[in-house]
Design a protein around this ligand. Structure first.
Ligand code: PHE
Length: 361
């Protein structure tokens, strides 16, 4: 046993017997590499054995060296084969695994939803439809004539400045006609009166465009127009319809106020304010909340729409007899209502399509 040749031969025999089973037992690459290190690594059995070569007498060195190299070679080849075997097994397992693993936790489908403006538009349309109004639509590029002249705006009236948008000239009945991105949905009043006979009641939601851009104004926004034409329509009917509308939209307790105002196409004209839905000044402790309210700026009221009795000039412009027909009209910003409804501080948030904002309500 103390004889270096015998020790070398026995050591080599031990390695020769052991490496095959050790590699075969390895179930993953880490096991296999550990087994390889046990024999061929810097601290491995075979490496240590090779270091004893110089103790072997010269006449046996060549022969034993050859045997040792053969074993080293065999270990290296077996290691490579082992790596291939494991890679193959991993690939086979992947290929034969079911394509879908039903034991994995689900990813969850986040339902989409309608945009706040769309939801509010549907709500407004539903309320007026339930009161008997038909829905009418008009184009976003419309005649200057319908946007201003037929509605009784005097030529070059200052109100047309604020509403100046993009102008285009297009053919209308073979004639060049000035058109523009409509500045309000009141164009649809004209269109509907030109194609219908009273009595009728319509509402018309849609996009409008203006030279306006701040926290509560966007150059493109949405309005909904209302028009009712019949005989002997009174201002109290206008007030009744709009009061009912506000109560249905915001709640029975919300106060409504009518203020005189001017629009060229109505007489008398007014604006409707509703009690601020944020500070609710009419409810307990409201005065204090209202004083600090940034939405109504301490006034307790929010302006929501313009309205009035259709001006006789407008009826004349569309070929109705103003002695016979009467009517009322109103228009409001859908965005404004959406902002009130959802407490949105800046109109731009409605158009930025930031999912963190949009999924919040
Ligand atoms: N068109 C008006 C505006 O955009 C609103 C309005 C509509 C006023 C109908 C009175 C009647 O401001």
């Amino acid at each position: 046993m103390s004889d270096p040749v015998t020790r070398f031969e026995q050591g080599l025999a031990r390695v020769t017997d052991a490496f095959g089973p050790a590699f075969a037992e390895a179930h993953d690459e880490q096991d296999l590499r550990a087994a390889n290190a046990r024999f061929a690594g810097p601290q491995g059995e075979l490496t240590a054995l090779m270091k004893t070569m110089r103790e072997v007498p010269g006449d046996r060195r060549r022969e034993l060296g050859k045997s040792a190299n053969a074993v080293k070679q065999a270990v290296a080849e077996a290691f490579e084969l082992g790596l291939t075997r494991l890679a193959q097994a991993a690939r086979d397992a992947e290929l034969s695994a079911p394509a879908l693993d039903p034991t994995l936790p689900g990813r969850g489908v986040r339902p989409g939803r309608l945009h706040a403006i769309t939801r509010v538009r549907h709500e407004l349309v539903d309320i007026f439809a339930s009161l008997g109004f038909d829905v009418a639509e008009g184009p976003e590029v419309d005649l200057y004539d319908y946007n201003f002249d037929k509605l009784g705006f005097p030529p070059d009236h200052p109100a047309t400045d604020m509403q100046d948008t993009f102008f285009v000239t297009r053919e209308e009945d073979g004639e060049p006609a000035t058109s523009l991105l409509r500045a309000h949905t009141s164009t649809v009043q004209v269109r509907e009166m030109l194609r219908r006979e009273p009595p009728f009641a319509i509402i018309s939601p849609g996009a409008v465009y203006r030279r306006d851009d701040d926290a509560t104004h966007s150059p493109m926004f949405f309005q909904i127009e209302g028009l009712l034409v019949d005989q002997d329509v009174s201002f109290s009917e206008l007030m009744g319809v709009l009061t009912l509308f506000v109560k249905r939209l915001l709640g029975d307790d919300v106060p409504v106020r009518f203020r005189p105002s001017y629009f060229p196409f109505v007489e008398p004209g007014g604006e409707v304010d509703v009690g601020c839905t944020l500070c609710r000044p009419w409810a307990d402790g409201g005065a204090e909340r209202s004083a600090a309210c940034g939405v109504c700026k301490g006034t307790g009221w929010l302006e929501v729409l313009g309205c009035g009795m259709v001006h006789p000039v407008v009826f004349e412009n569309v070929g109705y007899d103003p002695e016979k027909v009467t009517g009322f009209a109103f228009g409001m910003g859908i965005d404004r209502i959406a902002m009130l409804r959802y407490g949105v501080p800046n109109i731009k948030l409605l158009y930025e399509n930031d999912i963190r904002f949009l999924s919040g309500f």
